[in-house]
Write a protein that binds this ligand. Structure first.
Ligand SMILES: Nc1ncnc2c1ncn2[C@@H]1O[C@H](COP(=O)(O)OP(=O)(O)OP(=O)(O)O)[C@@H](O)[C@H]1O
Length: 389
């Protein structure tokens, strides 16, 4: 029988269960919203800072000359950062080179994992047009996330039917034991009900923070709970209309402050410290949105400046601009790919790449005579800010 942990209802209950031959106490969280409700008064200043930063970011995203481009790069950056939280080695450059089929150096499984994250995110964003965020959508996204690479054997797309644990070398010394399998669906139904409930008194940013901590506590999958949970934050903010474009790299903040991230999740369970978690979460949103705003501006200026130089300093400007445009979504480019995607001939592409090289805008990175790969370095540098290159 579940034992009540604390009388105030902000804390969950423990259930004795056995896993891998050991007795453990699995934790069942209280349904959301916590009772009594979170004290929002202490969060007002942080909440408005986060809202302001998001508003600014959303404003710039609307003004960006090429929103698709920014979205394309955003999703990739977030994918790399989120995957790096647990030590996946691949970098943004590895992913981009992998996608342009330009011989990547990192372990293939790692790149696949990041590439799956991109697929899951794009799938979720598209699917949201017809299917609201729901347990079904979450399973579909999970299926893509664990399609191959780390976790591919861990039941992609299926909620778990066995006990898992977090931290420690075995269940007996785990840092945290999530709900037993027979409680998972109950917890998830509560979670989904809260997700869809009209909660006018709970601002969407607070709701996103509550949903995230609760999702991680339920830990409904055998693997990929962190990545999927982080994906859902952005998706939820888009669904709520807080963001028009999913341009928030929250994983950078969570990666930089990983120890605090885990500790605060844990303290919600152990002490009902919901407010401390929400403070951390809101600070992360503000900081990340401010950074994304700066990045958007830096990218817009760089692209405009480089276009200006191409227009004033090159012959056959039209084809050089075309190749430059291509490099906005393919900062690693081969001549063959440029031909394929621009419709220009090979001699024209080679001439354009030579002019871009002469201007110092791109550099050839293989040193080879054939199958050369060109990198748009200044652009990659801005994109890679905060991500291992
Ligand atoms: N003490 C903790 N209590 C609750 N949740 C935690 C705790 N420590 C970590 N987590 C959450 O669990 C996630 C890890 O779970 P899991 O291994 O299933 O996810 P993953 O996506 O495969 O890995 P990762 O998030 O580390 O990349 C962390 O990212 C974090 O969100």
């Amino acid at each position: 029988m579940p034992v009540s942990h604390e009388p105030d209802g902000r804390l969950g209950t423990f259930v004795e269960t056995s896993v891998a031959g050991e007795r453990v106490r699995a934790f069942v969280p209280p349904p959301l919203p916590p009772v009594p409700p979170v004290d929002l008064s202490a969060l007002v200043t942080r909440l408005s800072a986060a809202e302001r930063a998001l508003g600014r970011l959303d404003g710039v995203s609307v003004l960006l000359p090429n929103k698709e481009l920014f979205l394309y790069m955003y999703v990739r950056k977030e994918a790399v950062l989120s995957s790096q939280i647990e030590g996946t080695q691949s970098t943004l450059s590895d992913l981009l080179r992998f996608e342009t089929e330009a011989a990547a150096g990192a372990p293939l499984d790692d790149i696949r994992e990041v590439s799956n994250y991109v697929d899951a995110m794009m799938y979720g964003l598209d699917r949201m047009a017809t299917l609201p965020i729901s347990l079904r959508l979450i399973r579909e996204m999970h299926d893509r996330l664990l399609d191959s690479g780390r976790g591919a054997t861990q039941n992609p797309g299926e909620f778990r039917s066995s006990q898992n644990w977090i931290g420690g070398t075995r269940p007996g010394n785990a840092m945290f034991v999530p709900p037993p399998p027979n409680e998972v669906m109950n917890c998830l139904s509560d979670w989904e009900q809260f997700l869809h409930s009209e909660t006018r008194d709970i601002p969407p940013l607070i709701k996103a923070g509550l949903l995230h901590v609760q999702f991680e506590t339920i830990h409904p999958f055998l693997d990929g709970n962190g990545r999927l949970g982080r994906l859902l934050i952005t998706l939820f903010l888009c669904a709520e209309g807080v963001l028009r474009q999913p341009l928030l790299y929250l994983s950078l903040y969570l990666k930089t402050h990983r120890a605090d991230y885990y500790r605060l999740l844990q303290e919600v369970r152990e002490r009902g410290a919901w407010e401390a978690w929400l403070e951390f979460f809101l600070d992360g949103i503000a900081e990340t949105a401010n950074q994304a705003f700066e990045t958007a501006n830096r990218i817009a200026s760089l692209l405009a400046e480089d276009r200006g130089r191409i227009v004033s300093d090159t012959d056959r400007t039209g084809s050089v601009l075309q190749v430059h445009d291509l490099m906005r979504t393919r900062p690693f480019l081969t001549a063959a790919a440029a031909v394929e995607h621009s419709g220009l001939t090979m001699p024209t592409v080679n001439a354009a790449l030579a002019q871009l090289q002469a201007l110092g805008l791109v550099e050839e990175i293989t040193g080879r005579k054939r199958d050369r790969v060109f990198a748009y370095r200044a652009y990659l540098d801005i994109l890679s800010d905060g991500v291992a290159r």
